[in-house]
Design a protein around this ligand. Structure first.
Ligand code: DP6
Length: 342
């Protein structure tokens, strides 16, 4: 049955980062990682069969075609899926992010996840995850395929707190939701220090990480940190979890700042902010801990009860920076609309 297949996939924020991938084409990470799936920061992608010769990608009322470098990952992913499973039908794809364009929020996790689910649903005419499973695409399989488009996308396929284990072989990676979103309803308040496209994307940074003298020691320390973070999740104690988040984010940035071609994602304003946050926390003014991805924007992880105090502090402290408010979320959705209704 023809119609429109819409996948809504949230972004995720890593508590333990995926940083560095092992050589080869399988997107095999150097270490295990753990993230929190978000809720309203997401990508919504609608796919239908197209009468054109090739796929077309619509974003903000503009159409993008193959060979537009900005959408390499998208078209590569479509080709990978089509070749892997013998799909030939060209697709019309409409996609939008719930977060502002160029806000520096990682859109590749939600974007590649949504594209993978919606494209496979359109090709197999699956109207639900149940139908996708019947067509041979389990949640684990969808995560595996999304990962090939962008590593961190695999974690967005699950809700709550998600573990991605690298496994002993590239094709034996494992994903699992350790706790659902309602187990510990944490929040992520994101302060945007830059809306510019970053000069060095995470794919390039994953390669550079190996050249840092700090990378080997980082990998050796991951199992202990992973255990500590999981034990903080088990006890649901923010004072226990928070310091690990900050150590992890700073270590990731230390690795890339000491690579053979150093990358400085953190701006002076972001560093000032971190310092002020720590002081405010020490003085008992707020209870929030930061983590940072490959960019200058600061994610503040905290409990619901501490949200109002954090908001008040941010209102006092920030000048023009935009703030996004999100919570932990349940994971992806898939909806179908028949052609007549569309
Ligand atoms: C810093 O998933 O964007 O956000 O696999 O090359 O697409 P590719 O990289 P990507 O890397 C994300 C890195 C990170 C940390 C994380 O999300 O774990």
């Amino acid at each position: 049955m023809s119609g429109i297949f819409t996948a809504r996939v949230p972004s995720n924020i890593a508590l333990i980062k995926y940083w560095g991938k092992r050589p080869g084409a399988m997107q095999w990470p150097a270490n295990d990682s753990l993230s929190m799936t978000l809720n309203t920061l997401n990508t919504c992608t609608s796919v239908s069969r197209s009468l054109e010769q090739d796929h077309s990608l619509w974003m903000n009322n503009q159409v993008f075609r193959r060979h537009d470098r900005r959408f390499d990952k998208t078209f590569h992913q479509l080709d990978r899926l089509a070749q892997g499973f013998g799909f030939t039908a060209p697709l019309a794809i409409k996609t939008r992010n719930s977060f502002p364009m160029g806000a520096g929020i990682a859109s590749s996790a939600s974007g590649l996840g949504a594209l993978t689910i919606a494209a496979l649903a359109a090709w197999t005419e699956a109207q639900s995850f149940h139908d996708l499973l019947a067509a041979g695409f389990s949640q684990h399989k969808l995560a595996d395929l999304s990962r090939q488009g962008s590593g961190s996308a695999c974690r967005s396929l699950f809700g709550g707190f998600v573990l991605w284990q690298s496994g002993d072989q590239a094709d034996q990676q494992h994903y699992e939701s350790l706790y659902s979103a309602d187990y510990w309803p944490l929040r992520d308040t994101v302060v945007l220090f830059s809306s510019e496209e970053k000069a060095t994307g995470s794919t390039e940074a994953h390669e550079l990480a190996w050249s840092s003298p700090l990378f080997g020691p980082r990998l050796s320390g991951i199992p202990e940190r992973m255990q500590a973070v999981q034990s903080a999740l088990a006890s649901r104690k923010m004072d226990e979890l928070g310091p690990w988040l900050e150590a992890e984010a700073l270590e990731m940035h230390a690795v890339i700042m000491t690579a053979s071609q150093p990358v400085y994602y953190l701006s002076p304003a972001a560093l000032d902010f971190i310092q002020a946050l720590r002081m405010a926390r020490l003085s008992g003014e707020l209870r929030a801990w930061f983590t940072i991805d490959a960019g200058p924007n600061i994610h503040l992880i905290h409990e619901d009860a501490d949200h109002e105090r954090l908001k008040a502090w941010l209102a006092k402290r920030l000048k023009n920076e935009q703030v996004l408010h999100d919570t932990i979320g349940q994971g992806p959705r898939l909806d179908f609309q028949s052609e007549q209704m569309a």
